[in-house]
Design a protein around this ligand. Sequence first.
Ligand code: NAG
Length: 579
Amino acid sequence: MRSGGRVKHCTYLWLVALGILLEIGACRGSPVAERESSLSLIHGKARKQQSNQAYTTLLYGDEFLLGVRVLGKSIKVTGTDKDMVVLVSKGVSSEAMELLEADGWIVEHIDLLENPNSKKKRPSRFWGVYTKLKIFNMTNYEKVVYLDADTIVTRSIEDLFLCKRFCANLKHSERLNSGVMVVEPSRDLFEDMLAKVTTLKSYTGGDQGFLNSYFEDFANARLFDPLMSPDERKEYNPEFERLSTLYNADVGLYMLANKWMVDDESELRVVHYTLGPLKPWDWWCHWLLKPVDLWQNVRVTLVESLPGTRAGETAHSRLVVRVLFLIPLIVLAFCNRRLLCQIHQDVCGLLCTGSFCGYARQLWYKYTAGSALPIYSKITGSPSNTSVNQYTGGTGGISGSSRLPTYLGSLSVVVCFICALGSMVIAVLLVPRQVMPWTGMILAYEWTFFLFIVLFGKYLDVLYGLGRSSAVAVSSVPSSPDASGYNSGKGHSRSAVLWDAQTVFYGLGMAFFAMSVPAVPFILGVSALFARLGLMITMGLVLSAFMTYAAEHLAIKWYLRGRDEWNQSRPQSGYCGIC
Ligand SMILES: *[C@@H]1O[C@H](CO)[C@@H](O)[C@H](O)[C@H]1NC(C)=O
C-alpha cells in the first residue's frame, strides 16, 4: 500500500457505500413514515369505548401481535367508525399492548377460560381457546364482529352489523368456522354456554367444536343477505344466519383450486389464512402461498405508531437483521483480507486516480501478466489442472504413479449434500420468522451459502491436506510449476487456498441452481400449489445433479492439488484456517 492516504480515503468510501446499502435494505418496501398523533395514548390514557358496536379479536401471545396489527390496519382502511377491541390474555407483553393502543385498538384484559377437555388427550394447541366464548360476554356492546388474528379485511364489512343474533360461515362438513363471527353479546347466553361447556362434546377439543355442538342446527341456517330491505329485516328474526364465503375466504381452499371459490374475486371481504402453521407473517409463506401478497401489502403500510414500528418491524428485529446480514460478510472479508486488499487497491485506483483509462490499462496488464492476484491468475492450462482432467474420466482410477482413495468421489458427494442441507436448515432457523419476505429470502440465502462455503471449504481443505500427506508418503510427485504464480517470498501469502477459477465456477453454478429453485416458478408465473411444488422439485433435482458433479470434481481436484504441491514449503493455510 504505497499511497496510504488515498487508500484510507477509499476505505471511508467503502464504509459509506455499505452504510447506504444497509439503509436501503432496511427501508425497502416501507412507505414514508406518517406518525400518528397518538402521544396521549403512550402516556397511559387508555382508549375509551366510543360506539356500541365493535370489531374484536383475541391475542394470546406476542407471536400473533403482527397479525392483529395488520388486521387492525385493514379494518381501518375501510373507513369504519366502530370500536376495535382486542382481548388480551396473560401471555401478552406490555410493549405489545402499548403498541396496539397506539395503533387504535381498545385493549381489554381477560383471563383464559379453562378448556374442560384439556385433561383428556386433546391437541395442546387448543389450550385456552374456550376463551373465545368471552366475546359473548362483551355486553357493553350491542353487536360484535369477531375476526381471528390470522384474517384480513379486504373490503368494508360494516354490513355484518346488520346480522341479527349469531352469524358465522359454514366450512367443510357442515361445520361452522369460528374465525369470523357476528355475535350479539348476552349475559344469559354466555352463562348458558358456560354451564354446558363440560357436558357438550367438542369435535376439535376447542371452542369451534363446542360452538358446533351448542348451535346444533346451524347447518340449516339461511344465508345472510346484506341487501335485504330494512323493513323486511325488521320482521326477520332467525336464531342464526350463515355467512357467504366472501366473509371468510379460506386460503387452504384457494391453494387447492388456485382461485377463490367465489363468483367475483373483487367482492371478497375477509381472507382467512387457515393453513395450520403457515401463517402470513412468516417470511417463507410469501414464497409458498400467493394470497399472502394481500396480507403483506397491508403490512408494509403499517405506520410508525410507536418509534421504530413502521411496517411491522421492531427495533429488536431490525438489529437482528443487520447483525445477521453483516456477520458472514465480515467473516468472509477477514478470511480473504489479502484478496480484498488487492481488489480494494485496484478499485480505489480506478475511482480515485484522475486518468481512469491509464489505470485500467495498467490493471489489464497486471492481470494478464498473471502476477498479482491468485484468484484471477491461476487459470486453466496449468499442469495440476491437466492432471485433474485426466483423473475425472474414471473416478478412483489409476493414472501414472498415483492412486486416489477409493471412496473419495462418493464420500464427497455425501459430505456435500450434508453440508448443503445442514447449512440451509441452520440458516432458516437463524432468520427471524416475521421479517419481510425479501429480507428473509436474502438472509436465508446469505447464511446458507456462508455456512456451506465454510463447511464444504473446510472439507476440501482437509482433502488438500490428505493429498499432501499422501504425496509426502510416496515422495514421487514433482512440484507444480503453476504455484510460482503466487507472490513468492511471503510465507503467509495464500490466505485463501480454495479460490481459483474452477472452484469459483462450481460455486457459482451451485449458487445459480440453488437460487433458481424458488425463482423458476415465479419467472414462469406458476402459482398453483402443486404445479409450483412440482417445478421446485424438478429444479431441486437439477441442483442435486450439478452438486453431485461439482462435489466429486472439486474433491478430486483439491486432493490432487495438495499432492502436486506438497513440496512447496508453505504453512498449511486452509480456507478458513487462519480465522
Ligand atoms: C362477564 O362480564 C362481566 C362484566 O360485564 C364480568 O364481571 C364477568 O366476570 C365476566 N365473566 C367471565 C366469566 O369472564
